[in-house]
Design a protein around this ligand. Sequence first.
Ligand code: ADP
Ligand code: MG
Length: 276
Amino acid sequence: MTVIERLQTTLGGLGLTAVEARLENLLEGASKAAPSYAEFLLDVIGAEADARRARYLKTRLQLAHLPYVKTFAQFDLSFQPSIDERQIRELQTLRFVHEASNVILLGPPGVGKTHLAVALAEAAIQAGQAAYFMTAHDLVSDLGNAYREGRLDRRMRVYLAPKVLVIDEMGYLPLDDLGATIFFQLVSARYERGSIILTSNKSYGDWGSIFGDPIIATAILDRLLHHSTTINIRGESYRLKDRRRAGLLNRPEDQQPAATALAAASADPRRGKERK
Ligand code: ADP
Ligand code: MG
């Protein structure tokens, strides 16, 4: 057995798969650059450490149950002037995670609430924190089932353990009494312990109608908002942007009936390309 073969066997045996895979490159690089012993050792061990970190992040991302992975870099802030850029920069520092403070993203459909919630969760994961994503509806029905089967406390831990819990689409469907009580329990248990990132199409004034009871809505909002940042997005849907560009929809200020725009767009397909 040559030294290289013995090295490969030993690395394989120790499970140092990244070094094993890059062995030739590492040796070739070293013979060219002639690093010090310490530098070479750092290159070798660094290769394994990098690969482990990448694997660990991948697992964390999978465990987070995100609907998609999108980042801040993919978010076009200029499309949403109602968003205060400084607020976003501040959130990106992830101080809110360390302070167990909450982030509430409000606005109509398509304005990027879920995108920003996912980007925050992704950033937290990159920084080594655990995150978990769930729609409000799935979360409440999961905990409702657990309650009926007498294992609410155990199931609740899934939603209490991660430092960041994203609750998406709060308020699309109203909650029944059990749902509202469970939601209150969850918010109380996470209060000052772990961050909640919540998205909703309902403004705070309409929360009574989500919970069916203004008293419980107030109690929930009280805890949720005590340490929190609210981002109120008032712009238009990003999903409609491309359709607008194609001339299939017109802006409200165009004052042109939609039917006319539609007819014009179908009559001249080039027209759409010129519209911004
Ligand atoms: P909401 O949750 O507010 O209904 P989403 O976050 O799901 O909206 O956004 C709808 C789609 O548009 C997603 O694919 C999202 O990535 C994209 N999107 C929304 N706003 C922006 C933006 N400002 N820049 C880039 N992509 C955006
Ligand atoms: Mg959404």
